[in-house]
Design a protein around this ligand. Structure first.
Ligand code: SF4
Ligand code: SF4
Length: 485
């Protein structure tokens, strides 16, 4: 898209006059030409899109904070316990043995991002990313509540320290810290589970030093992100913005400025009718810079699609409000593809998008198939280390095994083993019935006895069925050693 020069460098909306606003290619929007950080004070957004986002964010925040406390069949909605390698997704417990499902889930996630970005640009960033949602819908709102809108914040920042400023700044930082603690604890609950989180908070601290350390680290991390890094977390740290440019094409739907309609931009003169502007070759953009004033990443959408744009829609609302005031149709800044703006083409589902979407559907189908056909148990049966075979008094051959059973269900399972491809006896050692608690792992020894006549040689392949209440759950293979024939 074209980037015509701004006719003037207006000093309104707190924009410093000594900054050349057309040098956006030379430095980041949040840095001045000397490379110093330019602290942003985005104007309070309001409008149709903002309220849509606010309701969506409210739903997401509710789910995000309630998530660790929601149970499905007694299991957490989402648990990512990396240390103990226990995972719960939608109440289904996954173990490291389910790594194929994890690998497919990762492919679904990555392909989903590619498809989504190709079709809708960075919609994820502005609407669903927890960092943006919390920053713009919680932390920024608190800032507006305490310090006021952008110009009041700038005035407060520039004012000398006095009791009022100290009170406002202190109150804001304390609230930010408390909220960061809540966010940090929520993340911790997703990792260690809500019960352990409560234990870490209320038990003797000496028993939870690791948990407490992470609690402090997460709190400080989120405090740094929301109080200090802010938009820089999106532009410097998050890799997604960097690779979006490889996925967008001229049919991707992004927040865009309609330069064909807007240029040549020029301030609106008092009582200037649209016909007169058209006769002068002027477009609908009245160079008010409201779209820049509301931008939480400090960019000018009129410079075209940029890496920093998180598709938050604040500039759409700001520009629509201006268009209403000047009596021009809304949508000078809107969700549109480049082809829509350049050639008036409707949004198209391109062959590339169809291919990506096809792959995504296939991966989701594979993922669901794996999840719903997953065995209820995961059994390993290995011969006891160092043990060969024993010959019993009646001449039968015995092998000793170690059996580990993972119960992936939400109920305790009594387990029995049966030989499927040979006759013989299988004895589970220890207390019977051998019960594997729900979502847990149990280990025991197993003794298998075979008649020497049934052996195929020094190494005989065995197939065993793992049963619970006479229902076959899975089959496992192992080998049985005996004397050479
Ligand atoms: S808000 Fe609209 S009219 Fe004002 S500068 Fe931005 S694009 Fe132009
Ligand atoms: S350019 Fe518009 S949509 Fe993009 S981040 Fe700025 S305000 Fe949000």
């Amino acid at each position: 898209m074209s980037q015509p020069p701004e006719p003037s460098s207006p000093a309104r909306h707190g924009v410093a006059q000594d900054i050349d606003w057309n040098d956006f290619r030379d430095h980041l929007a949040t840095a001045d030409p000397q490379g110093n950080r330019r602290w942003l004070h985005p104007k309070k957004p309001s409008g149709k899109w903002h309220w849509r986002r606010a309701w969506f964010a409210f739903a997401l925040i509710t789910v995000m904070f309630a998530g660790p406390w929601i149970r499905i069949q007694g299991n957490p909605l989402l648990l990512l316990n990396i240390m103990e390698r226990r995972f719960s997704i939608l109440g289904r417990i996954f173990w490291p043995q389910d790594f194929v499902i994890f690998a497919v889930a990762m492919l679904v996630f990555i392909t989903g991002i590619i498809v989504f970005t190709a079709a809708f640009g960075r919609l994820w960033c502005g609407w669903a990313c927890p960092q943006t949602v919390m920053m713009e819908m919680v932390f920024r709102k608190i800032e507006y509540l305490i310090e006021g809108d952008a110009h009041e914040q700038r005035t407060l920042d520039a004012a000398p320290w006095n009791a009022r400023k100290l009170f406002k700044k202190l109150l804001k930082q304390i609230l930010f810290l408390v909220l960061s603690f809540v966010v940090g604890n929520t993340l911790l609950a997703y990792i260690i589970g809500s019960e352990r989180l409560l234990a870490t908070q209320f038990d003797d601290p000496r028993h939870h030093l690791v948990g407490l350390t992470f609690m402090v680290l997460f709190t400080l991390l989120f405090y740094a992100i929301f109080a200090r890094f802010r938009e820089q977390a999106c532009t410097f740290i998050c890799p997604y913005g960097r690779f979006q440019s490889a996925m967008l094409d001229e049919n991707s739907l992004v927040v865009a400025y309609d330069h064909k309609r807007g240029e040549k931009r020029s301030p609106l003169l008092r009582n200037q009718p649209p016909a007169q502007r058209a006769a002068l070759g002027l477009g609908d953009c009245v160079a008010c810079r409201q779209c820049v004033a509301v931008c939480p990443t400090g960019i000018d959408i009129r410079n075209g699609t940029q890496m920093e744009c998180v598709n938050c829609t604040a500039c759409i609302d700001a520009c629509d409000a201006i268009m209403d005031k000047v009596g021009r149709p809304r949508g000078l800044v809107r969700f549109a593809s480049l082809n829509n703006i350049e050639h008036g083409e409707p949004q198209r589902f391109t062959a590339r998008m169809k291919l990506y979407a096809g792959i995504l559907v296939a991966l989701i189908a594979l993922f669901l198939f794996l999840v719903f056909t997953r065995a209820e148990v995961g059994t390993t049966l290995l011969r006891a280390p160092g043990a060969l075979f024993q010959v019993t008094a009646d001449g039968r051959i015995e092998n000793l095994y170690t059996m580990k059973v993972i119960n992936k269900t939400a109920r305790d399972l009594p387990i029995e083993l049966r030989l499927e491809n040979r006759s013989g006896t299988v004895r589970i050692m220890g207390a019977l019935p051998f019960i594997v608690p729900r979502d847990n792992l149990a280990q025991t020894s197993v003794l298998i006895e075979l008649d020497p006549a049934t052996l195929a040689g020094s190494g005989t392949k065995l197939k065993l069925g793992v049963y619970s209440n006479s229902k076959l759950l899975e089959t496992v293979n192992t080998s049985f050693v005996g004397p050479r024939k």
